[in-house]
Design a protein around this ligand. Structure first.
Ligand code: MN
Ligand code: MN
Length: 324
């Protein structure tokens, strides 16, 4: 009799734990689906407004507002990248007057999160009539569709990279070696596993429950990007410990970041809406002390053009479920 009791308790506890886990998994999937629906609606809403003459700042703030209006939060600042810019441009604090010009190729990249559950999606609008760019968007979209056809539990990311590389090159473009798809984890946009655009770079296996951003870049240039000296996007360094901060504004900004963005990227412009003064100095001190990481604008060589396509999927037993 004495022995029975603890055994029974253990069983109950185990049963409870597995129900909790199942509940947690269901909540995760429901929340991701909601975030995905918001991302889709924002894309549909903004597409007609991506036009020659449109102001970048208006498009970006319009999209960010729409995400919140629909019940989500930005998982990172909306990126609007033109021509040879690959990623990480968002509007600065002070209006720089950036405008979509005739013959531009424009990438829009948005992230939505609810409670740290993130979806990440991007698309390209091409206004360039040059023959060289005729198939560039088709190339990234075709590669993305090909990945969807093969992605399932057990597939190695190297096989995926090989496929993407072949398709992009068959269209006479080049994948970008430093950029590609990635796993998404709770509160983390770029998770552990990568989905490279090159066959030489994979190193993981796709597993049930993984969330992946399938992300394709095609370039008319060398297929390589470098950091410019412009930075508008920042993020908390999760590995930094306590550091001494001299400025009061730095301490207040850090508190605000911890409360509002956690480990998700944010724009200096967002902080400026909250703190009237001292944002730049505060941010600089936090960067110097290693608390904040920088995400510089990434650029190809100046005469190159880049297209990007990206969707988020959840890996299931059968294959995947598209979230965006
Ligand atoms: Mn993205
Ligand atoms: Mn991404």
């Amino acid at each position: 009799m004495n022995e029975e009791k603890p055994i029974k308790n253990t069983r109950n506890k185990k049963a409870e734990e597995s129900t909790e886990e199942a509940d947690e998994e269901e909540k995760k999937i429901d929340t991701l689906k909601k975030a995905g629906e918001i991302a889709q609606k924002v894309k549909t809403y903004i597409k007609p407004k991506i036009q020659v003459g449109a102001m970048a700042r208006e498009i970006i703030s319009d999209m960010e507002k729409k995400i919140e209006e629909l019940g989500g939060l930005c998982a990172f600042p909306v990126n609007l990248s033109i021509n040879n810019i690959a990623a990480h441009y968002t509007s600065p604090i002070k209006d720089d007057g950036l405008k979509i010009e005739e013959e531009d190729i424009v990438k829009l990249d948005l992230g939505v999160h609810i409670d740290g559950y993130i979806v990440d999606t991007a698309f390209t609008v091409n206004f360039n009539s040059n023959e060289e760019l005729k198939n560039i968007v088709t190339a990234t979209e075709t590669a993305l569709e090909a990945v969807k056809m093969m992605i399932k539990p057990g597939v190695h990311t190297r096989e995926i990279g090989t496929k993407i590389e072949k398709i992009i090159k068959d269209f006479n473009y080049r994948p970008i070696k430093q950029l590609g798809g990635h796993q998404i984890e709770r509160w983390i946009v770029h998770g552990t596993k990568k989905l490279p655009n090159l066959g030489t770079q994979g190193g993981n296996e796709v597993e049930v429950g993984d969330i992946f951003a399938i992300e394709i870049f095609a370039s008319t240039g060398l297929g390589s990007v470098h950091s410019t000296n412009t930075c508008e996007i920042y993020g908390l360094n999760p590995f930094a410990g306590r550091v001494p901060l001299r400025r009061k504004s730095s301490r207040r900004i850090l508190g605000y970041i911890n409360n509002n963005y956690k480990t998700l990227p944010f724009a200096e412009r967002w902080l400026a809406e909250e703190f009237q003064i001292g944002v730049s100095f505060g941010l600089q001190e936090l960067i110097r002390q290693g608390k904040i990481e920088t995400h510089y604008v990434l650029s190809e060589e100046s005469n190159a053009y880049i297209a990007q396509s990206e969707e988020t999927v959840l890996i299931t037993e059968e294959g995947y479920q598209q979230l965006t």
